[in-house]
Design a binder for this molecule. Structure first.
Ligand code: ADP
Ligand code: MG
Length: 584
């Protein structure tokens, strides 16, 4: 008996679940499904985004609905068109072995008559945005007077968006005896009011702590001058070559402006806000899903319902007006068991807001420094080397090879590598050699600062490079665990772990350097050498000039550019280099 079977689910669902590859129920599923299957009760379930709420109400609803009747029996209200479509798609997958069951999505911005036609053909489950639902009720295009189940999904977001009156109207068209299941990430007053007003003694389920952000998200902030926001954003992107992110701005205008600038500067960016047509928004979202857009610049409202699982970074270009909105933003990353980073660019005068947010997310922020030009150059250099290593050779070059060989004759391998890297890289170093330190000197940050932040220059902390990264399945949490376990260290000994696509950085206190370098000389995992080098920059600290460039000496053998030679293959690099934004 599988764990899903133990929850009381029948064969058609179990078969679909096994097709989907779900192995174990998530916590909210484990808690809600048996209750919803066995009891005719209202339910309030609080769980973060990405915890599998759709299946938590979808499985029981599908199982309880009479598929042989064409009557509409289940209504799911959800805040945005995107979510509506996602839920509908999920439900279709869940019910693929339930004969005759039809799920129809209705939402604004698409033909209402077409949607009415679909409903008329028979839809036992209707998934709707409140606005369009109200519209269709008014035009008698849909009949919800006989529904047995009503789901309010993402209730907090629906209320945030001002759908209270619409929801009230819609519910007044439903039978009194129906059951109402409310799902929400947070429980603000308004949601409590809805629960009180429209529900009867609901069973309450909470997954994790109420209102807390997912703990898989690391929160970071960067203090800059107000005018340096954009430059700071660019550096954060450059320092994370594999970035796949949502960048939040406060207004539609800023959103458009920042996106345009990024595109001009050669990044794979796109804008998402309410002034765009539905068609434009669909195009951007599709490009984002396909990762053709790496930086989606969005307003809070437009970003509601973005349900993309592997967003690596959320960047708060500006903090939201309503501090509570921060949770929704940061919840776009760290989904489906992955880890993520939420970065906030703040000015000194906004620093106290960070404290308020810490209370809401119940997690401390890490005070970070905008990477310096040198640090970014180093990261990009490794990234470039890895891209060269991973590039599939283009056979069409073959006919030209003899001529190319002639041109390059007499240049030895080392020199050739240097030259090739320089071709791409010089432009970049030129750009960054002219840039200044963007960090606002601020006692507030260094006092609580990241360990090894401000004083890394001469004492305390050492920054390392390691030739494994996200592509090898690591994120900052699991890499930290790996290092601690391998080195037999304590929880606090390894910090500032920054994973990139095919390599990473981390810090330790200086007295651990010998241990770390010795452990990782000739260290192999699955036949692949894992290299650790002392990084040329102290990391995180963009401060202080006169950094020595030859800190690479010490117990390490010849040092230098080992990582360029890379590992010995062995099942890595499954995806080839991700697309990277340009940086000029
Ligand atoms: P939420 O509504 O809580 O934000 P979703 O229902 O959208 O979360 O689920 C997030 C992702 O997790 C979806 O891609 C979904 O298919 C997947 N998922 C849901 N339940 C499971 C499970 N038990 N095992 C594995 N993946 C799951
Ligand atoms: Mg959901």
């Amino acid at each position: 008996m599988t764990k899903f079977e133990a929850l009381g689910l029948d064969k058609p669902l179990l078969d679909a679940i096994s097709d989907l590859g779900f192995e174990t129920p998530s916590e909210v599923q484990e808690k809600s499904i048996p209750i919803l299957l066995e009891q005719d009760t209202d339910l309030v379930a609080l769980a973060q985004t990405g915890t599998g709420k759709t299946a938590a109400f979808g499985f029981p609803m599908i199982q309880k609905i009479q598929a042989d009747s064409r009557t509409t029996q289940g209504l799911i209200l959800s805040p945005t068109r995107e979510l509506c479509l996602q839920i509908t798609n999920e439900l279709k997958l869940y019910s693929k072995y339930v004969k005759g069951l039809n799920t129809v999505a209705i939402y604004g911005g698409a033909s209402i008559t077409e949607q009415a036609k679909q409903i008329k053909r028979g839809a036992q489950i209707v998934v709707a945005t409140p606005g369009r639902m109200k519209d269709m009720i008014g035009r008698k295009m849909v009949d919800i007077s006989k529904i047995d189940y009503c789901v309010l999904d993402e209730a907090d977001e629906m209320l945030n968006m001002g759908f209270f009156e619409d929801i009230k109207d819609i519910l007044s068209n439903t039978p009194k005896e129906k059951l109402t299941w409310l799902f929400s990430a947070t429980m603000p007053k308004e949601v409590a009011t809805i629960a009180k007003k429209f529900m009867h003694q609901p069973v309450e389920i909470t997954v994790g702590t109420k209102n807390a952000g997912a703990s898989t998200v690391q929160h970071e902030y960067y203090v800059v001058g107000g005018r340096d926001r954009y430059a700071a954003l660019k550096r954060l992107a450059d320092a994370n070559p594999g970035i796949f992110s949502v960048v939040f701005c406060r207004t539609k205008r800023d959103t458009q402006r920042v996106a345009e600038k990024l595109i001009e500067d050669g990044y794979n960016a796109g804008a998402l806000h309410g002034d765009l047509s539905q068609n434009q928004r669909d195009l951007v979202m599709n490009a984002f899903r396909k990762k053709q857009v790496q930086m989606l610049v969005a307003t809070d409202v437009a970003a509601r319902g973005i349900d993309v699982d592997d967003i690596t970074h959320v960047i708060n270009y500006q903090l939201p007006d309503e501090i509570e909105t921060y949770t929704h933003r940061s919840g776009r990353t760290g989904r489906a068991g992955k880890s993520g980073i939420s970065m906030v660019i703040v000015t000194r005068s906004e620093l106290r807001k960070i404290k308020t947010i810490e209370k809401i997310v119940k997690q401390e922020f890490v005070a970070k420094k905008i990477p310096s030009g040198i640090e970014i150059c180093e990261i990009q250099l490794y990234h470039l080397a890895n891209r060269i290593k991973d590039t599939k050779i283009n056979k069409e070059i073959d006919p030209y090879l003899p001529a190319i060989n002639d041109v390059l004759e007499g240049i030895d391998r080392d020199e050739l590598i240097k030259k090739m890297v320089s071709v791409e890289f010089t432009q970049f170093t030129n750009y960054y050699s002219k840039t200044k330190d963007l960090n606002t000197s601020d006692s507030g940050t260094s006092e609580r600062g990241q360990k090894g932040g401000a004083d890394t220059g001469n004492s305390g902390s050492v920054r390392y490079f390691i030739n494994i990264g996200e592509r090898d399945g690591y994120d900052w949490m699991s890499l930290k665990d790996f290092l601690r376990d391998t080195l037999n260290l304590e929880k606090e000994d390894i910090y500032n772990v920054d994973t990139k696509d095919s390599f990473s950085f981390f810090n330790s206190d200086a007295q651990l350097t010998d241990l770390i370098l010795q452990t990782f000389s000739e260290f192999k995992v699955d036949g692949r050498f894992i290299n650790v080098e002392v990084s040329k920059n102290p990391g995180g600290s963009g401060k202080g000039g006169g950094r020595k460039r030859d800190r690479n000496r010490g117990s390490r053998k010849s040092g230098g550019n080992k990582s360029f030679k890379g590992g010995k293959k062995g099942g890595y690099g499954k995806k080839g280099g991700k697309k990277r934004q340009g940086f000029y």
